[in-house]
Design a protein around this ligand. Structure first.
Ligand code: URA
Length: 425
């Protein structure tokens, strides 16, 4: 059936409901290039202001999935579970989590992205491991899932291609920050990945996409609804991103911290969040009786990590890249650390070279920020607190500028609890 794009735009502009046929038509026609950017820009802006009813959003998301291929992982013959984070600073949990859950008998197909702006990208982090490749072809992907149990790799072009076009258009039309558009963008890709269960880590706070806990809860509820409507067992945890996670933000520095977690150590918050997400992934496929902490303690998760890295050409024993330059920042006062502003840390790591401004830009593997104490811990004036890592010393002043006012001692601020909420259908 063919519709007139102007009717679709007018219906949404005036607060009406789009029919399932209209939605399917416009997403398909846009993906094929039949409806032009300017008309879809207008429609996206109408959705931005008018929102979408749950029924419209479910059809919209399904149409995005149908623009490509929904993977069938049933030939693996074992349960599959995946995790998605809405993005944060120092959020490296995917790295220890995928091998950990695989070590518990559940296959983890993780199609990941690269960093853009102040949040890091999983693939950029892993590419700091010498030899490691993000591109894994279809057959190798299934073979690795079968033999190793976990794959973290780049998504191919057949995964929700409508989202590629829509996201690029949203980026240049001021229509990114819309809950239905974010939820459908994320969930179309995650549902198309084909996992049986999905756990969403919805971040909240200065370093997150959604700064406000209530907006984060609403995004979480919307995404859980879409996952369940598509037959994927979906749970969301709303978690703190007012401060960065762990003690490192960047590329190689985050890999090093992930390996510490896999070795049974690492910062307490990274361990707690990784285990909480692992428990949800296992429970989502009926394995709630398995304790993932055991697989961290006895080295099984580390074994899977080593095999997962080797399977993609990486050398798990190779030294990680070192920065050409380090710069230390000391604690400004004695007392309890009450503020480490996540957004500022993300911008600093980005300016040091860890992130990119445009999709095509390269990143520096060695760039990033590490810190020696987290919120709630005691510091003494003058003690080394932050270490800035970069290959280019000229980048340091701009990173320091981003960090102005980012560290606070005894400011009276109350950091958010690490786990704020758990959202189910
Ligand atoms: N990540 C996505 O994949 N899509 C969005 O819209 C926002 C974040």
């Amino acid at each position: 059936m063919t519709f007139d794009a102007i009717d679709v735009i007018r219906t949404k502009r005036d607060g009406g409901r789009l029919s399932a046929e209209q939605i399917r038509w416009v997403i398909d026609a846009y993906t094929r290039g039949v409806v032009p950017d300017e008309q879809v820009s207008a429609l996206l802006m109408a959705v931005f202001f008018r929102g979408m009813a749950p029924e419209e959003l479910a059809v919209w998301t399904q149409a995005m999935i149908d623009s490509g291929e929904r993977k069938d992982l049933s030939p693996l013959g074992r349960p599959t579970a995946d995790k998605h984070s809405t993005g944060g600073v120092g959020d490296k949990t995917t790295l220890p989590l995928a091998p950990l859950v695989a070590a518990c008998g559940v296959a983890v197909p993780q199609l990941s992205g690269r960093g853009l702006g102040h949040t890091g990208g999983t693939l950029d982090k892993l590419e700091s491991i010498p030899g490691w490749r993000a591109d894994v072809h279809e057959e190798a992907y299934l073979a690795q899932l079968r033999e190793v149990g976990a794959v973290i790799c780049a998504a191919g072009n057949d995964l929700a291609p409508a989202d590629k076009k829509l996201y690029a258009l949203r980026d240049v039309t001021g229509t990114v920050e819309s809950i239905p558009l974010i939820a459908s963008s994320i969930m179309s890709k995650k549902i198309a990945e084909g996992a049986d269960a999905l756990v969403l880590d919805v971040k909240t706070g200065s370093g997150a996409f959604m700064k406000d806990p209530e907006a984060s809860r609403e995004l979480a509820r919307t995404m859980v609804g879409l996952g369940e409507a598509a037959g994927v067992h979906t749970v969301a945890l709303v978690t703190a991103m007012d401060r960065p996670l762990g003690r490192a933000a960047g590329n190689a520095v985050e890999v090093a911290e992930s390996v510490e977690v896999l070795a049974g150590g690492g910062p307490a918050d990274v361990v707690e969040l990784t285990l909480a997400l692992a428990r949800e992934m296992l429970a989502g496929v009926g394995r709630g009786d398995v304790d993932p902490a055991e697989a961290l303690r006895d080295g099984r998760a580390m074994d899977v990590w080593r095999r997962m890295i080797s399977a993609q050409g990486g050398d798990p024993d190779a030294p990680l890249p070192h920065p050409a330059e380090k710069h230390v920042v000391v604690a400004p006062a004695t007392g309890t650390l009450t503020r480490l502003d996540a957004y500022a840390f993300g911008v600093a790591a980005w300016r040091l070279g860890a992130g990119r401004a445009r999709k095509e830009d390269p990143v520096s593997a060695a760039a990033g920020v590490t810190w020696t104490a987290g919120v709630g811990e005691q510091v003494v004036a003058g003690q080394p607190l932050l270490e800035l890592h970069t290959d280019d010393p000229d980048r340091i002043p701009r990173a320091l500028e981003a960090l102005e006012g980012a560290v606070g001692v005894d400011t009276g601020e109350q950091p958010l609890p690490l786990l704020l909420d758990r959202i189910t259908a």
